[in-house]
Write a protein that binds this ligand. Sequence first.
Ligand code: BGP
Length: 473
Amino acid sequence: MKKTDFLWGGSIAAHQCEGAWDQDGKGIAIMDLVTQGTYEQPREICTKIEAGKKYPSHEGIDFYHHYKEDIALFAEMGFKALRISIDWSRIYPLGDEQTPNLLGVQFYQNVVDELLKYGIEPIVTLYHFEMPVHLVNNYGSWTNRKVIEFYLNYCETMFKALKGKVRYWATFNEMNHIDPQTEASDIFTYIISGLKYSDLKNKKQTLATISYHMTLASVKAVKLAHDIDSNFEIGCVFGLTPAYPLNCDPENVLNSFKETDREFYQIDAMCSGKFPAYKLKEYAKAGIDLTISQEDEIAFAQGKIDFIGLNYYSSSVAHYEGDHENEETLFGGVQNPYLQQSKWGWAIDPTGLRYLLNYLYRRYSLPIIITENGLGAIDHLETDGTIQDDYRIEYIEQHIEQVKKAIVEDYVECFGYLTWGPIDLVSATTGEMKKRYGFIYVDKNDDGTGTFTRIKKKSFNWYQNVIRTTTFD
Ligand code: BGP
């Protein structure tokens, strides 16, 4: 990978910010259906706020119409990079067409041009939970190999449309949460594949097939990207959580290692050039059948990623047999008594970020970019119009400190740090607007009120100063 300036910036996803869910030829994507109510509710488009339901993500923060204003604010903060995602259903509304929706393509060309105008490096994720629903209903989502072809067709359209403008690409966001070997999280199965975990017939087999097809789609997209432009740097983004042992009982230590490691097999496949043999043996033992053709083997060998994107929010403590007193957390396991939790119960653990950076770099020797990190919090708009988000400053400051140590003391090759949601947007797991991550406040509430006005928080100037002054000497 060629040398680049450290990429300070932020990360957003189409479905959480764009809004305009039915404009300019866009189709319906998984996430247009998921956050109204919860994933347990029947899937439907709801355009009005109803009691007890969540803010509809298909209004987002109306980035579709505010992107110039928002990018100007990112530029004011001194961003060197912005990670965006492309909503597949804007480009191919149904997913299986041959001809793209040019208005959709044009929108992303406009966004990228706007970024380049300010010297901000666009980093483009091709799949951040935005699969056209038609592919779920008519093809069974990623259970069907045919969907790989549709995905590659869409990737090719975007590689060609943004060639010469975009250098960094990510094939997928957080496919690692599809986990065939544990009681998989319903919400992640749903938002990643559009399928409901509880509805799946042969759960382990189905999830293994989904995961395998997504991994295969990723390696094929990498090869395609390199064929289209050898200057493309193409990686994949993983949301990782180190699991700590509850105590030094060797059984617990081993258990926590396995807990951390079980979401790494897709990265192994993408970095080593072959689907890991240990995983196939585990699958065989669990009665899961995966047939890897010779053609697939070639695809793995030819589709090694150039970098790893790391989303990091929290660590966890691995399950301890017999411990029934502690509540389970979203990340699984029990609460860590040494750490504070966010309002949503996510353990705040800056050291865990350094731990993971080391783990990943020593295992793969690939450059890493932190593609998401941040604190979801409830902000208060004071009567004088300010937002005093010192808690957010503290969280990010502590995490950056650990990134610095990883780079300077541990020699990890980390080439960027992007905060999640530098502008407030809709939460992926809860569908709420009140769970805010931004340096920029958006006047929009869960009851649908608000004007979409953007307001700088206290952290805005603070992050601006971080970008201006931080070095890694
Ligand atoms: C990651 C997703 C993001 C983002 C983030 C925070 O897993 O990649 O899309 O939403 O989590 O989660 P939430 O929005 O639920 O707070």
